[in-house]
Write a protein that binds this ligand. Structure first.
Ligand SMILES: Nc1ncnc2c1ncn2[C@@H]1O[C@H](COP(=O)(O)OP(=O)(O)OP(=O)(O)O)[C@@H](O)[C@H]1O
Ligand SMILES: [Mg+2]
Length: 259
């Protein structure tokens, strides 16, 4: 569904040029859930922003369903760590804005979206303002807003990192279930290796200076299709975690300048 070919990004500042990522080639299958992990500064957000069309690559190509794309695509939904709901709009208005921007605002899509909001336990919060919701509720509202225009590719940049552990585990299950039932394709960026393992079909480990793909792991068949909380309790989860953890440490030790 999505294919990146030899993506390179150099950031030019007034004083110098930073090669953020180089030679990123990867494909994501239709309906697949993949994660990007790696040390701080290895270019995960950069690659996600390039896929979202927020910034252009310096070189390389992005294909979606076989067609080269550049810039923003209606097929793509993006959700950042800060949920970026507009504070002056109610939850309902925030969500409807996503539909209006993408030209998909009609009775049918509004009704579907409000029913998803109710499914995610926010049926009575539609007319509340973001400041009246908890962090986890805002993340769920942001999720509904992202899904409202029915994008087929979802990009999630550390969507759970601001949440407490309990809420995060619950949201992982909820997101996993929602995306699976709608057969979405998704890319998750996370600092949390166990989250990446619990949620993904495949994991891309990045190394840094400049950012590139260091290794790719297929999550074991035995727990791949389980909900994250169940997967975390599977006996094969921990050995798999240990294996990637070691390589993550190798990558970080190669570049001791990163925190
Ligand atoms: N707008 C920018 N201008 C210049 N350099 C940038 C810019 N954005 C990112 N960089 C540099 O590009 C590299 C990759 O940054 P990026 O934000 O993609 O990393 P990341 O893997 O998402 O890190 P983190 O895990 O900390 O979020 C870093 O060296 C960073 O300093
Ligand atoms: Mg980042």
């Amino acid at each position: 569904m999505l294919s990146l070919q030899e993506i390179e990004k150099i950031y030019f500042t007034e004083e110098n040029a930073v090669e953020a990522v180089t030679d990123i080639s990867l494909s994501v299958e239709d309906g697949e859930f993949v994660s990007f992990i790696g040390p701080s500064g290895c270019g995960k957000t950069t690659v996600l922003s390039i896929i979202a069309g927020l910034i252009p690559p310096t070189s390389g190509r992005i294909l979606m369903n076989g067609t080269e794309i550049s810039g923003f695509s209606k097929e793509t939904g993006y959700m950042l760590q800060e949920d970026y709901l507009f504070p002056w709009l109610t939850i309902r208005k925030n969500i409807e804005l996503g539909l209006i921007i993408t030209g998909m605002h009609n009775e049918d899509t509004v009704e579907k979206t409000m029913s998803l909001l109710a499914q995610l336990g926010l049926g009575d919060k539609a007319d509340a303002f973001p400041s009246e919701l908890s962090g986890g509720m805002r993340q769920r509202a942001a999720l509904v807003r992202m899904l409202a225009p029915e994008p087929s590719l979802l990009l999630l940049d550390e969507p759970f990192s601001a949440l407490d552990y309990q809420t995060k585990l619950k949201l992982e299950d909820l997101v996993s279930h929602t995306l699976n039932s709608q057969q979405k394709t998704a890319i998750l960026v996370t600092h949390d290796l166990s989250e990446a393992i619990a949620m993904s079909d495949r994991i891309f480990l990045f190394s840094t200076n400049p950012g590139s793909i260091y290794n790719v792991y297929q999550v074991p068949e035995t727990f791949r299709r389980m909900l994250p909380l169940e997967a975390r309790n599977h006996p094969e989860f921990h050995p798999f975690f240990q294996r990637i953890w070691k390589e993550l440490e190798n990558v970080e030790n190669q570049h001791p300048n990163t925190p």
